[in-house]
Ligand binder design. Structure first.
Ligand code: NAD
Length: 513
């Protein structure tokens, strides 16, 4: 990785390489055991960090709580100015941070830069929003009364994030939380701790330059154990958790048990419906990018293609031909299409899925396999695979976080395809490829896709920050990022003001003394 300027990137982001000792970072509450970060790109140890102990956690929460006391008093547009400066700092660090994302997580360099661009975009969005935290005004039924709604900050927002978007998910939350007047405590994925330290170092500079309390952004490191301290903590009114459905079910119950709020962004099982009226060329591009981009490790990755029987063979042949063109290798090298999986455990899950689909009666169309030899030393590089399957197979019902694409056939009307598409437990992203207006509108109608995201003539993968992002059913129901997603970061209050000398009661109730 040295040839890609990784050493310089780490230095710019304030991360010590493994020979220089443990990376601490600014306002990172961690003094416990060592957590080592290995790159899936070349299998090398990049750096080590320390995990947070229970005492560290306590200190982080107290620092955040203290910061909230002053931060909430700063007017929202001024908080927006802080987020604007953060966006500027991200622009200056885009190259270095994008490289680190690519090297520590394994996504392509372009996608690493794209992820940092999303952070910048959400900052821009949040700056404008900081002047638009609007509440409604409504007419009171009582004379001489005024009634309106306003939004106040919540307090500490706890952020638990997944490895696959190691920096963007944090900023989707923080940019909105900060303009809302909240302070944030972040536990990044234990698989990408350096990305956490890098982001924290960037925001810490902005906080310092503005003489603000450091607890506006706190970092804690570790695995689910430190995450569990957050979910049980009544001082955290909102826990925003991104990751697997398995994790979300535990977090949701814990947070609900203390009647806290949770924002859940969990697994998907996303499908593209391909109708007889589809543009095949567009379909193939969308499906291949959706299935193999980020080595199939996006929550919105395309897992299932539901293809009409009349064009099934045509689409199948085009896909098989396209897969032959794929170059698998170092994601920092822009000539490659597919990088590694995050770790060898993910490789096992991938191999297991391919065995299962065959055991259940599926047929492999594009053979998978783990790559070895020069350039593949990390053991994390796998071949993207395609299998013919049935939607009812247990493995098809399950989200395998790897480049495995299932082809499913439908016959008759588009309603049959929609039934298959909705026939899974998850509800994140969905798409239809068609030039037929009736089919497209049917897919978007009340009897259409049951997902949080439904696209026409675009694949399932990726989304713009301007819309609310999230999904239904086992995807957890949360919405992040654009639109009115900011509302979950604030508490709503209804205010009624009486400017008369009488005290009329609502609903005309009489209470004469
Ligand atoms: P994961 O569930 O293993 O871990 C996610 C985070 O949760 C980590 O920080 C982990 O330490 C923490 N965690 C795990 N158990 C916990 C517990 N009991 N209490 C508190 N915290 C706990 O997920 P992963 O492997 O890092 O990420 C992949 C998954 O994330 C996929 O299912 C993917 O679809 C999903 N994801 C969803 C979205 C979305 O927006 N819907 C975005 C990215 C990833």
């Amino acid at each position: 990785a040295s040839q890609f300027g990784m050493k310089e990137a780490l230095e710019k982001l304030g991360i010590k390489t493994i020979n220089e000792g443990t990376s601490t970072g600014i306002n990172n509450f961690s003094s416990g055991e060592i957590l080592e970060s290995y790159s899936p790109v070349d299998g090398k140890l990049i750096a080590s960090v320390k995990m947070s102990t229970a005492q560290d956690y306590e200190k982080a929460i107290q620092t955040a709580a203290e910061a909230f006391k002053t931060f909430r008093l700063i007017p929202a547009p001024q908080r927006g100015e802080i987020v604007r400066q953060f966006g500027e700092k991200l622009r200056q660090n885009k190259e270095a941070l994008g490289k680190l994302v690519s090297y520590e997580m394994g996504k392509s360099l372009q996608e690493g830069f794209g992820e940092v661009q999303e952070m910048i975009d959400i900052c821009d969005f949040a700056v404008g929003l900081s002047r638009q935290l609007h509440g409604l005004t409504m007419h009171s039924e009582r004379p001489g009364h005024r009634m309106y709604e306003q939004y106040h900050p919540l307090g500490i927002v706890g952020i638990i994030s997944a490895f696959n978007f190691p920096v963007a998910v944090w900023s989707w939350n923080t940019a909105l939380a900060w303009i809302s007047g909240d302070v944030c405590v972040w536990k990044p994925s234990e698989k990408t701790p350096l990305c956490g330290i890098a982001c924290q170092n960037i925001i810490a500079q902005v906080i310092k330059e503005n003489n603000l309390p450091e607890g506006i952004s706190c970092l804690i490191n570790g695995d689910y154990k430190i995450g569990e301290l957050m979910t049980a903590d009544t001082r955290i009114p909102l826990v925003s958790a991104t990751g697997s459905t398995r994790m979300g079910k535990i977090v949701a119950q814990k947070v609900a048990g203390r009647l806290g709020k949770s924002l859940l962004e969990l697994g998907g099982n996303n499908a593209i419906i391909v109708t007889p009226d589809a543009d095949i060329k567009m379909t193939v591009i969308g499906a291949v990018f959706g299935a193999v981009g980020t080595a199939g490790q996006r929550c919105t990755s395309t897992r299932r293609l539901i293809i009409h029987e009349s064009i099934y063979d045509k689409v199948k042949d085009a896909l098989v031909a396209a897969y032959k063109q794929l170059r698998i290798g170092n994601p920092l090298d822009e000539n490659n299409h597919v990088g590694p999986l995050i770790d060898v455990h993910a490789v096992e899950m991938y191999a297991d899925a391919l065995n299962k689909v065959v055991a259940e009666g599926g047929k492999i169309l594009v053979e998978g396999g783990v790559l070895s030899g020069e350039g593949y030393e990390s053991g994390c590089y796998v071949k993207p695979a395609i299998a013919e399957a049935e939607n009812s197979f247990e493995i098809v019902q399950h989200e395998t976080f790897a480049p495995v694409l299932y082809l499913l056939k439908y016959s008759g009307e588009v309603d049959n395809a929609i039934e298959i598409q909705n026939g899974v437990a998850q509800g994140l992203s969905s798409a239809i490829m068609t030039n037929n207006l009736r089919e497209a509108e049917r897919f978007l109608s009340v009897t259409g896709s049951d997902c949080g995201i439904a696209n026409v003539n675009i694949g399932t993968s990726g989304a713009e920050i301007g819309g609310a992002f999230g999904g239904e059913k086992e995807t957890g129901g949360g919405r992040e990022s654009g639109s009115d997603a900011w509302k979950i970061y604030m508490r709503r209050q209804t205010n009624t003001i009486n400017y008369t000398t009488n005290l009329p009661l609502a609903q005309g109730i009489k209470f004469d003394l």
